[in-house]
Design a protein around this ligand. Structure first.
Ligand SMILES: Cc1ncc(C[n+]2csc(CCOP(=O)(O)OP(=O)(O)O)c2C)c(N)n1
Ligand SMILES: [Mg+2]
Length: 314
């Protein structure tokens, strides 16, 4: 969680220095969701998410150098510098993105679930999306099929209360989100505190067990909060500073530190040591990515079709 937090604070700085092109949506405040849930499953389980994807990529074990490089549009980026912040991807680590179109990856998660079932594997698919995505048609189409075919998917809404500047209560007729999947698609749902890493870990551990036993999908309404704006260019006029400060009192990193201190598993020196070590790691990766080369002009033709230069250019 500390690595994700520091990586993203560096991103914010780099964005202001105009090193990052395009959109950049920070995950600050939501770290416990990705970390607690991904720690609860195996390395060969699938993870797929939307555009607020930095935390999931890091929690899934991606090295931060190719992530910085991707943000800076460099050839060494995980998507060769052509995807940017919203399109982190690592097939070998079973991290299937990073998707910019709201709700569009949820059918892909169902597809991954279908492949697991077809191959008779016991993997699970962790699929994350925002509260705004739950009103997209793609969400409903995907959950209908996941419910029908009993696909091994854990669908997690990272319910941070807002879709851009619109509060959930102004966008959804039914705001107890788990009610929307149980009766409609036969997918049972639970609420979970997304500011609590251990709560996430426990909930996803049992959900994964449920899926691996062939019982079908699970839906989790994960209550969380983003401290930063929707993207880097959000003036945040739709909420007060007091509201943000209230959630920051339940900060997932602070809560974990307190828990570990109460159990005598960590002390102040160790906490400072972790922060310093991660600071060096982040600076080193950033500097390396900053010095890396941009893609060649010819790279504009690659990564479009399965064939290196596509069917039209041999
Ligand atoms: C199909 C589609 N419509 C609109 C947008 C523009 N858009 C980008 S993010 C967003 C809000 C989504 O909010 P939510 O799903 O709650 O995710 P959060 O940003 O809170 O993580 C919108 C409307 C888009 N990317 N795709
Ligand atoms: Mg949201």
């Amino acid at each position: 969680m500390v690595l994700i937090r520091q990586f993203e604070l560096r991103c914010a700085q780099s964005y202001q220095q105009q090193k990052i092109g395009g959109f950049c949506h920070l995950y600050v405040g939501q770290e416990a969701v990705a970390v607690g849930s991904i720690a609860a499953v195996r390395k060969d389980d699938y993870v797929i998410t939307a555009y607020r994807d930095h935390g999931h990529a890091i929690a899934k074990g991606m090295d931060i150098h190719p992530l910085f490089a991707e943000l800076y549009g460099k050839k060494t980026g995980c998507s060769h510098g052509k995807g940017g912040s919203m399109h982190f991807f690592d097939r070998e680590k079973f991290f299937f993105g990073g998707h910019a179109i709201v709700g569009a990856h949820i059918p892909l998660a169902a597809g991954l679930g279908w492949s697991v079932k077809y191959r008779k594997e016991d993997r699970v698919v962790l699929c994350y999306f925002g509260d705004g995505a739950m009103n997209q048609g793609a969400f409903h189409e995907a959950l209908n099929l996941a419910g029908l075919f009993k696909l091994p998917c854990i669908f997690m809404v990272e319910n941070n209360g807002y879709g851009m500047g619109t509060h959930l209560h102004r966008a959804s007729a039914v705001t107890d989100l788990k009610l929307r999947t149980a009766d409609a698609y036969g997918i049972p749902g639970k609420d979970v505190d997304g500011m609590d890493c251990l709560a996430m870990y426990k909930m996803v551990s049992s959900a994964a067990e449920y899926c691996r036993q062939g019982n079908g999908s699970i839906f989790l309404d994960v209550k969380t909060y983003r401290y930063r704006g929707h993207s880097m260019s959000d003036p945040q006029k739709y909420r007060t500073r007091e509201e943000v400060a209230q959630y920051q009192q339940h900060d997932p990193i602070g809560r974990m530190e307190k828990y570990l201190q109460e159990k005598n598993l960590i002390d102040d020196a160790k906490i400072t040591g972790i922060a310093e070590e991660i600071h060096h790691q982040v600076e080193e990766a950033h500097n390396r990515a900053d010095a890396d080369p941009y893609p060649e002009l010819d790279d504009v033709w690659t990564d479009i079709y399965a064939q290196p230069y596509g069917p039209y250019r041999l």
